[in-house]
Design a protein around this ligand. Structure first.
Ligand SMILES: [Fe+2]
Length: 138
């Protein structure tokens, strides 16, 4: 039962992330941080009802050549944890995702397509504090 609940939660989070972020990114290539979707997508600039939660929910980005490591500085417990990371390119193509269990550390690593230059979007989904996006360039 517990695993089924977890599967439903993570499945919903994944569906939400892809369903919301991908069409927005592919829509018109505007900078996501300049889009205004209060209550739907949270950024450093738009923390909405989760004001002061950016530091613990925005994925932090480490760039090492063609490798990108995302870390969310958020505690992990059975009732409150980071469910998923996603890395998406400027065309809305998902480069990679990682789903977490409460016992995991919210850290994920991805390999960029050879020679990729441009904007990327790192997402982090908290089961209590919703969907956060951090935009960056390589
Ligand atoms: Fe949270």
């Amino acid at each position: 039962m517990k695993n089924r609940r977890h599967f439903i939660k993570t499945g919903l989070a994944a569906t939400f992330g892809v369903a919301v972020a991908a069409p927005l990114l592919g829509q018109n290539h505007k900078s996501l941080t300049k889009l205004d979707f209060p209550g739907l997508i949270y950024t450093r600039e738009n923390q909405g009802m989760w004001k002061n939660k950016a530091e613990s929910h925005l994925p932090q980005i480490k760039i090492d050549g063609g490798k990108i490591t995302l870390t969310t500085n958020h505690g992990m417990s059975e009732t409150h944890y980071i469910v998923r990371h996603t890395l998406v390119d400027s065309n809305g193509k998902v480069i990679g995702t990682k789903t977490f269990y409460p016992t995991d550390e919210p850290v994920s690593t991805y390999t960029l397509p050879e020679g990729y230059k441009g904007t990327l979007y790192a997402t982090s989904f908290c089961n209590k504090h919703d969907f956060w996006v951090n935009e960056f360039k390589v």
